[in-house]
Design a protein around this ligand. Structure first.
Ligand code: SF4
Length: 380
């Protein structure tokens, strides 16, 4: 078991694009901390005594928790799990909570990586997205984290927002590159079915994000990164050399992880499981001492499809020898045939038994991967 994920399902308000499970009712936070630590005691045996290499507090907004609440959680983690000495320990945070004191306290609790939800350095775009911070606060948050001793700082950005033209996007990237960060994630604005943006589009209050704009801004991103100290290592993730997210990289390499909290997923190498999707259902699940809500065994076809989908999203691509060892010669040959016959040459490279998508191919990676999926073959 390499990774531990803790979902903190509270937010100050709902951002327009967000489809993650979270609640704006913050009354329950103490109760939630108690249930989360109870879930640790119920599920720690799933790690089989293995060492945890990465811990990730995601959400929701983990930085809405007070330091004393975070301390209860980190103490329980140490009680129930064996954590590697230099484990990567990340907390997602929103800029408005990141005072210098809060950052110093996070360091004292053992966090060594902070991922800040900035999304934009432009106030009008932040307002459109429903974010509660200003551009000035976003920059100050990074400076506070850095001044508190965080070296491993990541920020999130969103592109393909109709309100932002290409020149502005380029400028925002330059702003990001001048901050003391080692990593950033950049996501195209998408319309999640259960988001406010989805509802507003269907009520004709706003228009859908322009896909061509997103594609152009992805190209601007790729070109800007070429001339920066960062390199793309996954469709949406960019890092200085050696500062790639260990936790997320483990997901893409299908390393097992345990996810705690409502709507959290877990993976043990052969099964995926899901916790109850809402807080009230989660409380019921934990009160009944049920370790998960739903559970599915991955078939050989599922494992192959995940290998293809996740591998093609990363800069390392797919190691064809590994594919052959895991799934056999015939499937590997048919995978290569698919690329030769169906995928444009400019979208991928095949070098030393490794097939990887070019930046242009990465933009289309989900579609390219789905063309290689197995669907109708009887699983062996
Ligand atoms: S984007 Fe983040 S802060 Fe905004 S509602 Fe979703 S989880 Fe909360």
């Amino acid at each position: 078991m390499a990774g531990l994920y803790l979902h903190i399902p509270f937010c100050k308000s709902k951002c327009v694009y967000c489809g993650f499970y979270s609640t704006v009712n913050q009354k329950d936070m103490d109760k939630y901390v108690r249930f989360l630590t109870k879930e640790m005691s119920l599920r720690s045996r799933e790690t089989n005594g293995g060492t945890i290499k990465t811990v990730y507090f995601g959400g929701g907004t983990p930085s809405l928790l007070q330091i004393s609440q975070l301390q209860q959680i980190t103490t329980a983690i140490k009680q129930h799990f064996s954590i590697e000495e230099n484990a990567e320990m990340t907390i997602e945070a929103n800029p408005e909570q990141l005072t210098k004191d809060y950052c110093l306290n996070l360091k004292t609790l053992g966090f060594n990586r902070i991922s800040i939800g900035i999304q934009s350095f432009h106030d009008e775009i932040l307002q459109f997205l429903g974010r509660k911070h200003t551009a000035k606060e976003a920059i100050l948050a990074v400076e506070n984290a850095h001044a508190a001793g965080f070296e491993n700082i990541s920020i999130d950005l969103i592109y393909g927002v109709n309100e932002r033209n290409n020149t502005l996007w380029q400028k925002e990237l330059e702003t990001a590159f001048h901050l003391p960060i080692k990593h950033f994630s950049a996501y195209a604005l998408t319309v999640e079915e259960n988001s406010l943006l989805y509802r507003r589009i269907h009520q004709h209050k706003t228009v859908e994000p322009d896909e061509d704009l997103a594609s152009i801004q992805y190209n601007i991103l790729s070109e800007s990164v070429e001339n920066s100290p960062f390199a793309q290592y996954e469709v949406s993730n960019f890092a200085m050399k050696g500062w790639e997210s260990k936790h997320n990289s483990a997901y893409w390499h299908r390393v097992p992880y345990l996810g705690l909290g409502p709507a959290a997923h877990s993976y043990d190498g052969r099964h995926r499981s899901w916790n109850a999707p809402t807080l009230s259902a989660y409380y019921t699940q934990i009160e009944k001492e049920k370790t998960c809500f739903e559970h599915e065994a991955l078939t050989g076809i599922d494992q192959y499809n995940e290998f293809v989908l996740l591998g093609l999203r990363t800069h390392n691509g797919i190691n064809l020898r590994e594919m052959e060892e895991l799934f056999g010669l015939e499937r590997t040959a048919s995978f290569q045939r698919y690329f030769k016959t169906e995928v444009e040459n400019k979208l991928y490279r095949l070098e030393e038994n490794r097939l990887r998508l070019t930046p242009q191919g990465l933009w289309l990676s989900d579609g390219i991967a789905s063309g290689a999926f197995l669907t109708n073959i009887v699983d062996s």
